[in-house]
Ligand binder design. Structure first.
Ligand code: ZN
Length: 71
């Protein structure tokens, strides 16, 4: 049985992760929050950013593996 959650695939995750990273970009004027932070940030860190970092790290590793493939 298919649920709507099956639609949340790798492409979707990478897209959302990219948005999270953009929100954390240390660029004054591009966020309504303090530069380099988001609404989820705490002095102890940011669960949203940690999630995004993990997703993007996996994505970049997979992309690198694809580039380095031997065919
Ligand atoms: Zn944050």
């Amino acid at each position: 049985m298919t649920s709507m959650y099956d639609e949340f695939n790798a492409t979707t995750a990478v897209t959302i992760a990219s948005l999270v990273e953009s929100q954390h970009a240390n660029t004054p004027g591009q966020s309504s929050y303090a530069p380099g932070t988001c609404a989820q940030c705490t002095p102890a860190g940011c669960a949203q950013k940690e999630w995004a970092d993990k997703i993007l790290a996996e994505h970049r590793a997979a992309r690198e593996a694809f580039r380095n493939r031997t065919s």
